[in-house]
Design a protein around this ligand. Structure first.
Ligand code: ZN
Length: 433
């Protein structure tokens, strides 16, 4: 039995999207006072939406909309049909609460089951779930998808490394699902305890946290797994499970028969050409409890238009490259710290910590200095060569000139929280990123 509809083609998909869009706009307009007000304000009636292109006339929704109408902001179904809520933490203000009907829960389990299928699992797999359970969506999504798929769920939650190691050995877990930092912690723990020969994990599914390619490589090496997959999702959009990269790892296939992904320029809010990066904006096609119409995720990625050789008939987007809030402008180019991170991670001899300093010269021209640490246990002989190599790579990949300074390993501050990467000394301001 397959959860991925391999017989889907572009025409069928477009038709599903067109019908889904029309249904969603009508459903939201007729059942959610919030959307009715918003669409009335934009002077749009459901019958104005006839083709996929008409999506551009619809107003955008943003996280503020989910806070103003607290506690049930986008609700478009009667309470007797709502069987569950989830919430994601708002960095400012109230939580964002989303309503689920039984149909929403079923769709979510179905699309999550597709993720496991795409990762090449079989019903004999044993899936150890190390992400959080409760109000936020992660754990229960991984579990319901696993049960729907027919593999065995080992639902543990974050817990501690001790318990995870014990269960991994005793249950003979084959698939481990966690955040990247948890996977790295486990990989190091397994290595330290010399457990590699006692465990059977061959796949890792990472969600909910951006991470660098060097982190993946390290996890892969230490744990000896075949594949590490990236799962995407956000609570507003069911939760994790909206897409996964296939075994070719060229991008994340997303379930475009359940949502439309647009990429907009975060400044102008106009669509960018396919392949160019911008902000991901999502519209759901079948969500009943809390439908989304052009919801701004503030995640930065891009869509790919080439077909993947794996045969999955769904389009792909890139990994999440950053958040729109992290972006800075340097010599008229929009840059995300993650792009710098990506370039650095491809060069040997340097560590994973870096800082970006933006300054203004006397001439008024901006300059960028990147401070990066030498790898542990290396000496200074290669510094000049390394700096030149990094400057060249950044010019080639990001198309801007900068200066690179190599520091001793351990010179940059370490923090449990997200490290500050960007220090903007232009106009004496320091931007948090
Ligand atoms: Zn593929």
């Amino acid at each position: 039995m397959s959860f991925i509809p391999y017989d889907l083609n572009d025409d069928k998909l477009k038709k599903i999207q067109r019908e889904g869009l029309k249904w969603t706009v009508g459903h939201a307009y007729n059942n959610s006072p919030f959307y009715k007000k918003k669409l009335d304000h934009a002077n749009i009636r459901p019958e104005d939406i006839r083709s996929l292109e008409d999506i551009e006339h619809l107003p955008l929704t943003d996280k503020n909309d989910l806070q103003q109408e607290y506690p049930f902001p986008l609700r478009a179904a009667p309470f007797e049909d709502i069987v569950r809520i989830h919430a994601s933490s708002g960095t400012t203000g109230k939580r964002k609460v989303l309503c689920y009907t039984q149909k929403d829960i079923d769709v979510w389990a179905d699309i999550f089951a597709r993720c496991y299928e795409l990762a090449g699992l079989t019903r004999k797999d044993r899936v150890q779930i190390a992400v959080g359970y409760g109000l936020w969506t992660a754990g229960v999504g991984f579990q319901a998808g696993c049960e729907r798929f027919g593999a065995m769920a080992v639902p543990i939650g974050p817990a501690n490394a001790e318990m995870h190691c014990e269960m991994m050995v005793d249950m003979q877990t084959t698939v481990f699902c966690s955040t990247a930092s948890m996977a790295l912690l486990m990989a190091e723990e397994i290595h330290k305890r010399n457990l590699l020969s006692s465990i059977k994990v061959n796949k890792i599914i990472l969600g909910a946290e951006r991470h660098s390619p060097s982190m993946r490589t390290r996890i892969k090496e230490l744990m000896g797994v075949e594949h590490i997959f990236d799962i995407y999702g956000l609570t507003e959009l069911y939760g994790p499970g909206t897409g996964l990269d296939c075994r070719h790892h060229n991008g994340i296939h997303y379930w475009a028969d359940h949502f439309i992904f647009e990429i907009l320029d975060p400044e102008t809010l106009k669509p960018v050409p396919c392949g160019q990066q911008g902000e991901l904006v999502v519209t759901t096609l079948s969500k009943v409890g809390s439908p989304l119409i052009r919801y701004r995720t503030h995640d930065v990625t891009r869509l790919f238009n080439q077909k993947c050789s794996c045969g999955v008939p769904f389009p792909m987007h890139d990994r999440i490259l950053g958040r729109t809030d992290d972006m800075f402008i340097y010599r008229a180019v929009n840059i995300y710290p993650s792009q710098i991170d990506h370039v650095l991670s491809k060069v040997d001899g340097i560590g994973s910590e870096f800082q970006i300093h933006l300054k203004q010269r006397e001439s008024g021209r901006d300059m960028m200095l990147i401070k990066v640490e030498r790898a542990a246990n290396t000496d200074t002989v290669n510094d000049m060569h390394l700096a030149e190599q990094l400057e060249t790579e950044i010019r080639r990949k990001i198309l801007v000139r900068c200066r690179v300074e190599i520091l001793d390993h351990g010179d940059l501050p370490r923090t449990q929280r997200k490290s500050q990467r960007v220090f903007d000394h232009r106009n004496n301001s320091t931007s948090e990123a």
